[in-house]
Design a protein around this ligand. Structure first.
Ligand SMILES: CCCC(=O)SCCNC(=O)CCNC(=O)[C@H](O)C(C)(C)COP(=O)(O)OP(=O)(O)OC[C@H]1O[C@@H](n2cnc3c(N)ncnc32)[C@H](O)[C@@H]1OP(=O)(O)O
Length: 311
């Protein structure tokens, strides 16, 4: 994978081991699989491109909040092969977005995503190709979750199979009234393969994850809130009645966490990410390094000069 190779090169060639370099080394942010795992990035990319349809659209806004839209409405936003490649490219663009603070992941045409495109699934139903697709998507979704942006999945309509897995690659999930998240894998004779099971356990705990996967349970907004899969409910009925579209509602919801300068918001995400992913001693070291990037920085100096009272 190009980004992984670049990152390794950067780490190797860096004679000065500064905080950011050590942070990258500790977080090993980016990919899970590389060529040493038998993962041939170019080969799988070409194979996926053979199954075209739909797109992943990225809108970077001046507010610092970007919108990533899963766009394949004629198939309920199912992921074609080319959309998987598209997703990876959009994640790369977001990794390089200096002024970014937040990300909304949503689906086109009032539904989230119905998982992988069953036509592509049928065509690559042998285990070898399935494993390659799974490694590709695990890499892309792990990088999505590790972006230095605070992300939220806006679930409207249905998030099924791989679509349910995609919601777990965001920091938060907000569900519109009437929406459903369902890990339907068992009904397909499968288990999650895009990293959705591992992430789900960390979000809702192993007991709830076992229930959701073992029972292919339909999670509505109420159940989602109850088990901690959902972080908020948006009222689809009230759209246009003074509270704005669902996307505006999601943006308002997210903006309480993204208000402030980009370097500070990105630092917040980095310390939480390292706390979530690293052993405590490593997380503490990373926290120190990230702290060093904001201490005495413009936002810090400005705050000190204004003698704030936190009432
Ligand atoms: C590791 C990844 C594992 C996975 O993701 S496996 C895939 C899991 N997802 C599924 O099995 C979804 C199967 N689809 C459904 O259950 C239903 O289509 C769904 C989403 C509930 C919508 O139902 P309805 O509202 O009745 O609409 P519909 O069935 O007429 O669908 C409209 C058109 O969309 C298509 N579609 C929906 N989900 C798809 C998918 N995943 N791959 C390919 N095509 C898909 C569906 O075939 C239909 O197309 P058409 O109009 O018949 O040409």
């Amino acid at each position: 994978m190009v980004v992984c190779a670049l990152r390794r090169q950067l780490l190797k060639s860096s004679s000065r081991c500064g905080p950011w370099t050590r942070l990258l080394q500790r977080q090993s942010s980016g990919c899970v699989y590389s060529s040493s795992d038998g993962f041939n990035h170019q080969e799988i990319r070409e194979k996926l491109q053979a199954f075209p349809g739909g797109s992943i659209d990225l809108l970077k806004q001046d507010s610092g909040i970007a919108v990533l839209t899963i766009n394949n409405p004629s198939r309920m936003n199912a992921f074609s092969g080319s959309m998987m490649v598209d997703l990876e490219e959009k994640v790369t663009q977001l990794e390089n977005w200096t002024y970014g603070k937040g990300l909304i992941v949503c689906g086109a045409a009032e539904t989230f995503c119905s998982g992988s495109d069953l036509n592509a699934v049928r065509a690559i139903s042998n285990p070898q190709d399935g494993m390659k697709m799974c490694m590709f998507m695990q890499n892309a979704l792990t990088r999505l979750l590790r972006l230095p942006l605070i992300s939220v999945a806006l679930v409207e309509g249905r998030a099924l199979g791989g679509g349910a897995e995609l919601t777990t690659a965001c920091d938060f999930r907000v569900m519109a009234s009437g929406s459903v998240v369902q890990f339907v894998h068992k009904h397909m004779g499968l288990v999650p393969g895009w990293g959705g099971a591992a992430r789900l356990v960390r979000i809702v705990g192993s007991q709830n994850a076992l229930k959701l996967l073992g029972g292919a349970v339909k999670v509505d907004p109420e159940l989602g809130l109850h088990i901690g899969l959902s972080d908020g409910v948006l009222d689809a009925q009230q759209e246009g009645e003074g509270v704005g579209t669902l996307r505006q509602q999601a943006e308002n919801w997210l903006s309480r966490y993204t208000k402030g300068p980009a370097p500070v918001i990105q630092a917040v995400k980095k310390v939480v990410l390292s706390g979530r992913e690293l052993p405590l001693s490593e997380a503490l070291r990373t926290e120190k390094d990230v702290f060093g990037t904001v201490w005495g920085g413009p936002a810090n100096l400005q705050a000190l000069a204004s003698k704030p009272k936190h009432k």
